[in-house]
Design a protein around this ligand. Structure first.
Ligand SMILES: [Zn+2]
Ligand SMILES: [Zn+2]
Length: 192
């Protein structure tokens, strides 16, 4: 698989297989971005934060001065193509309330995350889990709104996510599965 981020910059870089606590990921040694196959992101963010920090440190050691040169390719204006199935991916703000952008493939449900963003996601979740009633209300309201929107669009979709089965058939909503599952597991962990 070629790195979708580097392709934007006309560079053909093969993603390298790497392992994070038993989860096999595909990493770009040029820009430091990571490809998560379906469900892998949800697995990765449920790991200990220290495992993620160690992983990011390991990645930092791999990087050369190229890292700085990739800053300009991380522009959020580009649509990336899925490295796996070549569909145009959709850009989402992680959990809808963060400022972390992820690129998600509706077709194969993989997710692309730019360099350093995995730790940002973990930090974001940690921050969000600290009890801040205002923030919490905001997140819950947003989730309710998302659920409502999806119930309108495709009634069965949210149910199928709750059951964690894989029967969502609408290709437009399919790629959001992992993001919503992350939200559900986040809420579940907090007993909400
Ligand atoms: Zn790359
Ligand atoms: Zn794909």
């Amino acid at each position: 698989m070629l790195c979708p981020r580097c392709l934007v910059n006309s560079k053909e870089i093969n993603l390298e297989s790497t392992v994070l606590e038993g989860i096999e990921l595909d990493l770009c040694s040029e820009c430091g971005g990571i490809w998560f196959d379906k469900q892998e992101l949800a697995s990765a963010i449920s790991l200990d934060k220290q495992a993620i920090i160690n992983f990011q440190d390991k990645l930092a050691n791999l990087k050369t001065s190229d890292v700085k040169n990739t800053e300009n390719v991380e522009s959020k204006d580009y649509s990336l193509n899925c490295p796996k199935c070549n569909s145009v991916m959709n850009k989402y703000k992680y959990m809808y309330t963060s400022n972390i952008y992820i690129d998600s493939c509706d077709k194969c449900e993989g997710i692309w995350i730019d360099r350093g963003e995995l730790l940002n996601i973990v930090n974001y979740l940690e921050e969000a889990s600290k009890v801040d009633p205002e923030k919490e209300a905001e997140v819950l309201a947003k989730i309710q709104q998302i659920k409502k929107e999806y119930e309108l669009k495709e009634k069965e979709f949210v149910d199928s996510l709750v059951k964690m089965d894989d029967k969502a058939k609408n290709p437009i909503t399919k790629g959001l599965g992992e993001v919503l599952q992350a939200i559900y597991s986040f809420l579940y962990k907090r007993g909400l």
